[in-house]
Write a protein that binds this ligand. Structure first.
Ligand code: FAD
Length: 449
């Protein structure tokens, strides 16, 4: 077994994945004074595979104080969004409309909102919904919509623009990025002679990158490099964009998030797009997710495992549901060509909590030189500043004990994992759907960028 050097400011640190979390981790480590950081990614930056390479994402600040793990993470993240000069300009606390149309979704929304009457105010009817946005935006009949509004402590953040700025700040702090399909794509991890500790990685061009510490944070691609024992399920959701004219854009610029747990949501365009004259409303339909199962040989067993398949297209049923959402809410935009549809891949953990840990090695309780940061789902962007802090704390062996326990390597949570578990999500067919069951003719390709 290779001797393990203690962590020092000039220790070599290899980060695999320059996505949402990889950039945040690189930024945090440079801020803590580490001087020898290399970040590798399989695509030019920002990667078309990154779930964070998107116009915008929802942000909800915590509504009750720690000690719960999720709240502690959200509290850490909110502090950064509110105060850090790299993140803060991208936070739009415009409010959050929490709604549902079907009875099951409504039961969940109602229970959650009514438990926090100081946070959520009811929206009594369609007119109350309309009043939450500038005149002429929510012109739809909103038939069956029921909901609440949270006016403070929630909204949306610019996503791609955050990635660009965090990357720039990390690079300015001394981190080196190699984002390239050959020179940046990790083909395999490198192990020491005892096959025990990870000592770096090998890229597709055949180069080896040895490092004192390796941090694997490759999103939905992480489980191709380490056996996560079914703790990660690459799962896709669907998004597309509706173009706005320069004259329309200001009215749609600072909207509260309109989110129906069983229908979907749309978000305002980022400032940069409005300034450039190519503003678009991002739209997502809600559903329990798409997976792509492939057969994998495991000794005598043939198992089906979920793997991501990037595609700049969405199932036709998702495009139809987006159209339905636009008709109900902003019908004036419903008949426009929907642009840049894509599958956006995340890595669902069974309990939807992050996995920030040292995985086990063959002959010791845990790897000393490999850290992984993956999993969770649906809130990994808003919490990305916290992930940077938590990974840095873990690397420095000062991650708070309760947090370390919650975010630990926990394959027991994935024993006999049902890949089709909806994990409490609503919308669409109400089921997780295997993409291989969708015939080629049932896809919406749409105009792509
Ligand atoms: C449709 C959708 C909507 C979402 N909405 C929200 C929201 O509103 N709010 C919110 O907080 N969160 C949201 N999320 C979740 C959030 O976007 C993700 O949790 C977060 O972006 C994950 O970050 P990551 O760094 O783990 O993965 P990514 O950002 O996907 O980064 C992974 C990186 O690893 C790279 N990579 C992969 N394989 C390799 C390899 N072999 N070698 C080198 N590099 C590799 C990829 O190119 C990529 O850059 C949403 C997710 C989806 C899919």
């Amino acid at each position: 077994m290779a001797s393990i050097k203690p962590l020092e400011n000039n220790s070599s640190i290899l980060i695999i994945g320059a996505g949402t979390w990889g950039t945040s981790i690189a930024y945090r480590l440079t801020k803590r004074g580490y001087t020898n950081i290399k970040v590798l990614d399989s695509n030019t930056f920002p990667s078309s595979l990154s779930a964070g390479n998107d116009l915008n994402k929802i942000l909800e600040e915590p509504t009750s104080p720690p000690p719960r793990t999720r709240n502690t993470i959200e509290t850490l993240a909110s502090e950064v969004w509110r105060t850090d000069p790299v993140y803060q300009p991208h936070y739009h606390p415009t409010g959050f409309i929490y709604a549902a149309v079907g009875d099951a979704g409504w039961a969940k929304v109602k229970a959650a909102a009514e438990a926090q009457p100081d946070v959520y105010a009811p929206l009594e009817d369609a007119e109350a919904f309309r009043q939450t946005m500038p005149h002429g935006v929510l012109t739809g009949d909103l038939t069956g919509w029921r909901g609440f509004i949270r006016r403070a402590g929630a909204g949306w953040v610019e996503a791609r623009d955050v990635l660009l700025d965090v990357y720039a700040a990390a690079a300015e702090g001394g981190a080196t990025f190699v984002c390239d399909p050959e020179a940046g794509r990790i083909a395999e991890l490198l192990y020491d002679e005892g096959d025990d500790e990870v000592v770096g990685a090998k890229t597709a061009d055949g180069e080896t990158h040895r490092a004192d510490f390796t941090i694997l944070t490759a999103g939905a691609g992480a489980s191709a490099l380490v056996d996560f024992e079914n703790q990660l399920r690459p799962t896709a959701w669907t998004l597309a964009h509706v173009p706005l004219t320069a004259a329309e854009a200001p009215a749609y610029a600072e909207l509260p998030v309109l989110f129906a747990v069983d229908e979907g949501f749309f978000l305002s365009p980022p400032k940069s797009a409005i300034a450039a004259g190519d503003a678009e409303l991002k739209i997502c339909d809600e559903h329990p997710g798409y997976i792509h199962l492939v057969s994998e040989e495991d000794g005598d067993k043939k198992e089906k495992q979920p793997v991501p398949i990037p595609r700049a297209a969405i199932p036709g049923v998702s495009a139809a549901n987006m159209h339905k959402l636009l008709q109900a809410t902003v019908p004036q935009l419903a008949d426009r060509d929907v642009l840049w549809p894509r599958l956006c891949w995340d890595a669902d953990s069974p309990d939807r909590l992050f996995l920030i840990a040292r995985p086990p090695s063959r002959d010791s309780a845990q790897q000393q030189r490999l850290l992984v940061a993956a999993g969770g789902s649906g809130n990994g962007f808003m919490n990305s500043p916290a992930v940077g802090i938590l990974v840095a704390d873990l690397l420095e062996d000062r991650l708070e004990e309760r947090m370390a326990k919650s975010l630990r390597w926990r394959p027991e949570t994935a024993a006999d994992r049902d890949w089709f578990d909806t994990q409490g999500r609503f919308g669409g067919s109400g089921k997780v759907v295997d993409l291989s069951e969708i015939p080629d003719g049932d896809w919406f390709e749409g105009p792509a960028r």
